[in-house]
Design a protein around this ligand. Structure first.
Ligand SMILES: [Zn+2]
Ligand SMILES: [Zn+2]
Ligand SMILES: [Zn+2]
Length: 261
């Protein structure tokens, strides 16, 4: 069975539409809910296990939407609320239905904060700390956390099956060792938080920087995610899609997008 990578959420921290916002991006998503962007995360169906990458604050709604009924393993890329805020929703599944702990791989720098925030989840998870460069094998697929450039310790994940995919939701460019590891990759899914000016050039990327990163790495396909759509300048999906036609290898991610490896 092929390995399937599904992008559960493609939005930055506030999601699109943002409940407080009346911009063209948010109103476009209100009028056409398939353009909404829940907070960022992904799921890997390895043919054997279901592996979640991040438990976004929208995780419960994402699992319902995609009819995902089992979660076996969770990797948290970094300890920011938009990436871990859904963890509490796994408690009911484990206690009432699964009756077996879920393996949870945390960022090494986040263990104390996890324990302080979620003392009631300590017996729900079998907790481990992921390590950069370590290879975690699930079915026919290897998953490898590699360093990203973000405001705290953050992993992107490389998936190696018949094809290779790199998923870097929150990053500003990549450290050289990471770039060397993924050069020529089949799919680069990366941070494109800002449409125009990048307010956080050491933590995130703009659309133009994401496209440039894909070109620099010679990625076969660059898929833009973690999109705020309205930071610095609002833009609609319709406008962005038209602008991206100038780049044959760059496309917008959308919630529910599947890549088969
Ligand atoms: Zn908005
Ligand atoms: Zn972050
Ligand atoms: Zn984020």
């Amino acid at each position: 069975m092929a390995v399937a990578f599904k992008i559960l959420g493609t939005g930055a921290g506030p999601g699109i539409p943002s409940y407080y916002c009346d911009c063209i991006s948010c109103n476009e998503a209100r009028e056409n809910p398939c353009l909404a962007r829940t907070r960022s995360g992904a799921v890997v169906n390895t043919g054997k296990e279901t592996v979640l990458i991040d438990a976004s604050a929208d995780m419960r709604a994402q699992l319902v939407r995609e009819d995902i009924r089992h979660v076996d393993v969770v990797f948290i890329s970094h300890w920011h609320y938009d990436h871990f805020g859904g963890l509490g929703d796994l408690e009911y599944y484990v206690r009432l239905y699964r009756k077996e702990k879920i393996k949870l791989f945390l960022p090494p720098d986040a263990l104390e904060e996890f324990e302080a925030a979620y003392p009631f989840l300590l017996d729900v998870f079998d907790i481990a700390l992921w390590q950069f460069g370590e290879k975690y094998t699930f079915g026919e697929c290897d998953l490898i956390p590699l360093p990203a450039n973000h405001s705290r310790q953050t992993a992107g994940f490389v998936l190696e099956a018949k094809q290779r995919l790199a998923y870097f939701t929150d990053t500003a460019g990549l450290p050289e060792e990471t770039a060397a590891r993924i050069r020529g990759i089949d799919y680069l899914i990366c941070d494109a938080t800002f449409y125009k000016d990048n307010w956080y050039p050491h933590s995130h990327q703009s659309v133009a920087q994401a496209i440039q990163l894909g070109q620099d790495l010679n990625a076969q396909s660059t898929i833009l995610t973690h999109m705020a759509m309205h930071y610095s300048e609002p833009v609609t999906v319709a406008q962005l899609t038209e602008q991206l036609q100038a780049y044959s290898s760059a496309v917008l991610a959308y919630d529910g997008m599947v890549i088969t490896l």
